[in-house]
Design a protein around this ligand. Structure first.
Ligand SMILES: NC(=O)c1ccc[n+]([C@@H]2O[C@H](COP(=O)([O-])OP(=O)(O)OC[C@H]3O[C@@H](n4cnc5c(N)ncnc54)[C@H](OP(=O)(O)O)[C@@H]3O)[C@@H](O)[C@H]2O)c1
Length: 322
C-alpha cells in the first residue's frame, strides 16, 4: 500500500480506502463487515469512511465494533453530517446545534474518542458558512475531530469556507469528498483540481466503480444480489446504459492487455491524479476487496499511450456531467 498526504496536511492516508455506504449495517452482516475491515487493515488500508446517515447509524455501530481490536492510532476514521438523522427541523443540516449533537452520537456509535476526519456531507443553504467554519474549528479545539472537510461542495463554496477560516484565524477545510469515476469526472478535473492545488485540499473520492458498473458485472444484465438489484438502489439502473456498457467492454480489452481486471483499471486510473489523496472503495465480498486493493500495482502500467486509449473510449458520454 502507498500512502498520500491528505492535501497539504501532515496526515497520511492509504491511497485505497474502504467505506461503509450501502454495505455495512444493511447489505452485509456484521461478521463480513469486520472481516473486510480487518483484511483491508492487514493489507495497509488505514482510512475507513463512514457517515451518520449510512444505514441510519448502523454502519457506524458495525464499524465501531469491528475496529475495537485494531490500534486506534493507526486508523483514520471518518464520518459525516448533514442529511436528516434526527426528528424535527434541527435534526439535519449544518447548524451548530445539529453538528454538535450529531458528532456526539457518531462518537458513541463508533466507540471512539475522536474522529480523524469529519465531513460536511453536503452544502447547507440554510446555514451561513461562517457558522459551519466556527463550529468545525470548535470541534477541533475540543479534540472531537482532527481535520474537517466537505463533500460535494462547489469550488466557490469551499473557497468561501477557506476565506472565512483565514479571515478569523480558524482551521480551514483540509479535504473534499467528491464522486469521481470514469463516467463522472468533469467536476473533479475541471472545477476541484485547481482549488485543491491552491488551497492544499486533498480529495477523497467516492464510487470509483460507478457502483459496480465499471467492473463489467452489469454487461449481461443485473446479477441477483448486486447493488442495482436492491429495491432501495433502483435509481442506479438509470446510469447503466447500453452506451456505457459498450465502453466497459472496450475498457476490458485494455485491462486484458495489461493483465488486470476492469475494477483495477478503473481504480488505478483515478490514482493517476495527484489531487486524489485516497480512492474510497466499497465491497460486499472479500474477493471484491482483494480485486480492488490490487489496483495499486496497476498504476505504473498506465503510461501515456494507455491513457490516450482510455480517453478515446470515455469521450462523448452523454451522462457525464457534474
Ligand atoms: N460523500 C458521499 O456523498 C459519498 C457517496 C457515496 C459513497 N461514498 C463513500 O464511498 C465509498 C465507496 O462508494 P461505492 O460503494 O459507491 O463504491 P463503488 O466502488 O463504486 O461500488 C462498490 C460496490 O460495487 C460492487 N463491487 C465493488 N468491487 C467490486 C469488484 N471488484 N467486482 C465486482 N463488484 C464489485 C459491490 O456491490 P455489489 O456486490 O452489491 O454489486 C460494492 O459494494 C462508500 O462506502 C462511502 O464511504 C461517499
Amino acid at each position: 500500500m502507498h500512502y498520500r498526504r491528505l492535501g497539504r496536511s501532515g496526515l497520511k492516508v492509504s491511497e485505497i480506502s474502504l467505506g461503509a455506504w450501502v454495505t455495512m449495517g444493511s447489505q452485509i452482516d456484521e461478521k463480513l463487515s469486520s472481516d473486510l475491515i480487518h483484511h483491508a487493515f492487514e493489507n495497509g488500508v488505514n482510512f475507513f469512511d463512514n457517515a451518520d446517515i449510512y444505514a441510519r447509524g448502523q454502519a457506524e455501530l458495525v464499524m465501531g465494533k469491528a475496529i475495537q481490536d485494531l490500534p486506534r492510532e493507526e486508523l483514520v476514521i471518518s464520518s459525516k453530517v448533514f442529511w436528516p438523522t434526527m426528528d424535527g427541523p434541527n435534526g439535519r443540516g449544518l447548524s451548530r446545534k445539529h453538528i454538535t449533537e450529531s458528532v456526539e452520537q457518531t462518537l458513541k456509535r463508533l466507540e471512539v474518542d475522536y474522529l480523524d476526519l469529519y465531513f460536511c456531507h453536503r452544502f447547507d443553504p440554510d446555514t451561513p458558512v461562517e457558522e459551519v467554519v466556527f463550529t468545525m474549528n470548535t470541534l477541533i479545539q475540543q479534540g472531537k475531530i482532527l481535520y474537517w472537510g466537505t463533500s460535494e461542495w462547489r469550488a466557490s463554496q469551499i473557497a468561501e469556507a477557506y476565506g472565512i477560516a483565514r479571515q478569523y484565524n480558524l482551521i480551514p477545510p483540509t479535504m473534499e469528498q467528491p464522486q469521481y469515476h470514469m463516467f463522472h469526472r468533469r467536476r473533479v478535473e475541471s472545477e476541484l483540481a485547481p482549488i485543491a492545488e491552491s488551497f492544499g485540499i486533498g480529495l477523497t473520492t467516492w464510487s470509483p466503480l460507478a457502483s459496480g458498473l465499471l467492473t463489467g458485472k452489469y454487461n449481461e444484465g443485473i446479477p441477483v444480489g448486486s447493488r442495482a438489484s436492491m429495491d432501495s438502489m433502483a435509481w442506479i439502473k438509470e446510469s447503466i446504459t447500453q452506451e456505457r456498457i459498450a465502453k466497459v467492454v472496450q475498457l476490458k480489452v485494455i485491462a486484458d492487455e495489461l493483465g488486470i481486471t476492469n475494477a483495477q483499471l478503473a481504480i488505478a486510473w483515478l490514482l493517476r491524479r495527484k489531487e486524489v489523496s485516497s480512492v474510497i472503495t466499497g465491497a460486499t465480498k472479500l474477493a471484491q476487496l482483494k480485486d480492488n486493493l490490487a489496483a495499486r500495482e496497476a498504476v505504473a502500467n498506465l503510461d501515456d499511450p494507455i491513457l490516450e486509449k482510455i480517453e478515446k473510449i470515455l469521450q462523448n458520454d452523454p451522462l457525464n456531467h457534474d
